[in-house]
Structures are given as C-alpha cells and as structure tokens.
Design a protein around this ligand. Structure first.
Ligand SMILES: C[S@@+](CC[C@H](N)C(=O)[O-])C[C@H]1O[C@@H](n2cnc3c(N)ncnc32)[C@H](O)[C@@H]1O
Length: 245
C-alpha cells in the first residue's frame, strides 16, 4: 500500500502530523510569527495544517509550503480553498532541502521533517538561509526521553537527550525564545489517533483492495510504538532566533 495513502488515512483525525495538541500548536504559532503580515515558510509542510492555522489566525499573513508528497499538497490546496485562504498560500512540490525563494521569510517552520535534511542542525542551516532579519524559526524534532534500545535507534534515528539537543542548537548559533515538550498525553494521543484512524478506515472499507494492508500497517505501527519506542521517544518544538543578527 502506498505510504502517502497510509499517512493520509492515519492523520484523518490529527491533521498536524506531529504529537502536539491544538493549544500547543496555537501557542507555538503565536510565538514564531512576529507580526500579522508576516511571510511564513514551512519546509516539509505535509498537508500544510500549520500554515492553514496561521493563515486563519492572521488575515494579512502570506504562507508558502514545500513538500514531496503531491497527495498531501493536493489536500492542502483543497482545505485552503474551503477555508478561503487559498489566495495567500503558495505550495511547492519539491525537495525542501533544495528549495530556494526570491524573498526571505519572517518565520520558517519545520516540524517532524528533519530527516529530509539529514538531521536537526542541517535543517536549521536550511532554515537560516530563508530567514529575514528579525525572523524566527520553529523546529520540531525527536529526542530521547529514556534510554533507547538499538532497535529504537535503528527505527527512529540517532537522537540525543533533551538537554544535549538544546545545547547543540545553542552551540549552532541559535537562542531558544520559546519551546514545547510534548506531554505523555500528546504523544499517546497522536499514536492512538494514527493507528486508530487507519484501523477504523480498514474496518469500514473491507472491500477496498488496500483494506487488509491498512489494518496490517496499523498493527505493525502500534506494535513498534508500544514495544520499541513508547518509553524512550520524546518530541520537542523550539522557537529560535539567531543569536547574532
Ligand atoms: C511527519 S510529516 C510532518 C508534516 C508537517 N510538518 C506537520 O507537522 O504536520 C513529514 C513531512 O515531510 C515530508 N518530506 C519528507 N522528505 C521531504 C523532502 N526531502 N522535501 C520535502 N518534504 C519532505 C513528507 O512528505 C511529510 O509530509
């Protein structure tokens, strides 16, 4: 079954593809967007849910999103039209690591997409290139909340603990001006929603050729979460300003 289709079905009830609740997303957007008429870029935007919320909250804001998933971008386009914000949203179907823009941005977002750049610091290096003077970055990435097994590292990547993660960001020339560490409730809600939405779709569509695969993918994901990484994976969002302008 196509990965894009799995991801879209799994995120049906949790359109932010990261373990954050709606209040956390709103507070982070408030912190990263410096003014109402800001230009905002999301690298690895998925269905552009962060940008859609920013556009709805700020009627003079303009947003651009970059993603490799044409299906997610199509969903973003449809939602933007339905919300009446399509005229202020530009979507780019391309590799976020290679994306260039004629004008810089007041806020650059990237949550859950550091793998697209080869890690946290390369993602920040890419974000920095797009940042206007006085701009801010919102980055969301995993960290180890507990000791990971070799299987968890192989599955999710080689993160650090939270303090080390923040130290690395600071040493890279950034000052955190806000942050959010996903709670146990947010982490669990995200995984139950992911696995549950996919499983429910499979049970509701037994005649669909993808039904059995969807149920199997939900079961595999739930097993990996509960048996491999639930006790060690954490997720942090940082709002950053360049330490020296
Ligand atoms: C976990 S999702 C996060 C989506 C969104 N940032 C959010 O929080 O809702 C990761 C996204 O990164 C995208 N992605 C992965 N590699 C990419 C690349 N090289 N360039 C652009 N997007 C990429 C995927 O298609 C996916 O939409």
């Amino acid at each position: 079954m196509n990965r894009d289709r799995i991801s879209r079905l799994a995120h049906a009830d949790h359109p932010i593809a990261s373990p954050l609740d709606d209040d956390a997303v709103r507070l982070l957007l408030d912190q990263v967007i410096p003014r109402e008429d800001a230009r905002v870029l999301d690298l690895g935007c998925g269905s552009a849910e962060w940008l859609l919320r920013a556009l709805q909250a700020n009627p003079r804001l303009h947003a651009e999103g970059v993603d490799l998933s044409e299906a997610s971008l199509a969903e973003a386009r449809d939602r933007a039209r339905a919300l009446g914000v399509a005229d202020r949203l530009t979507l780019h179907h391309e590799d976020a690591a290679a994306f260039t823009a004629a004008q810089p941005f007041d806020a650059v977002l990237s949550s859950g997409a550091t793998h697209a750049f080869g890690g946290l610091l390369p993602t920040l290096a890419a974000a920095r290139k797009h940042l206007a003077p006085g701009g801010r970055v919102l980055i969301g990435d995993g960290f180890w909340e507990g000791e990971p097994s070799p299987e968890a590292v192989a599955m999710l990547g080689d993160f650090a603990d939270l303090a080390t993660t923040v130290d690395r960001v600071v040493a890279d020339g950034w000052t955190p001006v806000h942050g959010h560490v996903s709670t146990r409730r947010e982490l669990d809600h995200y995984e139950w929603s992911w696995t549950g939405s996919l499983a429910s779709w499979a049970l509701d569509h037994p005649a669909d050729p993808d039904s059995a695969d969807a149920l199997a993918a939900s079961t595999t994901h739930r097993d990996e979460w509960l048996k491999v990484y639930r006790d060690c994976f954490g997720f942090v969002c940082l709002v950053l300003r360049p330490t020296s302008a």
